[in-house]
Design a protein around this ligand. Structure first.
Ligand code: KIV
Length: 257
């Protein structure tokens, strides 16, 4: 049965939420068996398209990949990232969210917090578009990677931000690279589930970029656990193919009409 927004909210403190990113149908079809949430993240910019950062990915590209991903999603809650500069004001956010929902049949959109855009969430939710929030290291707004929420002042700021996002009506909140102590406090203080990426085991769930987890992206910061070295596995397979072609061992009779 399809997991609804209500089910995700309800899982807080009951079951750890399993969340991953997908950019294609073959991957989303595999993830759908195991995940509560599948996200088409704007990390596609760096992990898939090799861009320098996530700011340059267009709405059209995210929508096209989301249409592909939707074909493999049957059970999981399906979330699509709103790219940078597509939710600058409520009017623009609603117009673009409507387009995303209509074309991709997603269940929710995710928007990164810049510490000021809470009213955008309020207006999207009021218009019937469920929103996942995102705080801490928010790549659309912060250039250089630094762990977040380490001093008392930073911690208090993140706590306030998470409360405002909850009040605005978000159904869940991604905590990216937030110190364990702070992530733990936020998770206790708000009623919506927190989904951590580099933010400790104390979050209500975890999300990773699938391409990092399978060892394909070449990006392995401390918070990644590499479950597979797909770069190596692919390289070995391609090398075998190359040798077979050079030595005229492929195709065989069985591969020939
Ligand atoms: O873009 C993305 O993949 C994300 C996740 C890392 C949370 O925002």
């Amino acid at each position: 049965m399809k997991k609804k927004i209500f089910d995700i909210k309800n899982l807080k403190s009951r079951k750890k939420l399993v969340c991953l990113t997908a950019y294609s149908k073959p991957i989303s079809k595999i993830l759908d068996k195991y995940c509560d949430v599948i996200l088409v993240g704007d990390s596609i910019a760096t992990a898939f398209y090799g861009m320098k950062n996530t700011r340059s990915i267009s709405l059209e590209t995210i929508i096209n990949h989301s249409i592909a991903v939707s074909k493999g999603v049957k059970k999981s809650t399906f979330v699509v990232d709103m790219p940078f500069n597509t939710y600058k004001n409520s009017k623009q956010a609603k117009k673009n969210a409507r387009k995303i929902f209509k074309k991709t049949h997603c269940d929710a959109v995710k928007i990164e917090s810049n510490g000021k855009n809470f009213h955008i969430i309020t207006n999207l939710v009021k218009s019937g578009f469920p929103v996942m929030g995102h705080i801490g290291f928010t790549p659309q707004y912060k250039k250089n990677f630094t762990p977040q929420g380490q001093g008392q002042k930073q911690e208090q700021k993140l706590i306030e931000e998470s409360k405002k996002i909850e009040k605005a009506g978000a159904f869940s909140l991604v905590l990216e690279c937030i110190a364990e102590k702070t992530a733990k406090k936020i998770t206790k203080l708000i009623k919506i589930p927190t989904i951590g990426i580099g933010s400790s085991k104390f979050c209500d769930g975890q999300i990773l970029v699938t391409d990092d987890l399978i060892g394909l992206s070449g990006f392995y910061p401390k918070f990644i656990k590499k479950y597979l070295n797909l770069q190596k596995i692919l390289s070995e397979a391609i090398k075998k193919f190359k040798n077979d072609v050079r030595r005229n061992k492929f195709p065989k009779r069985t591969n020939t009409y």
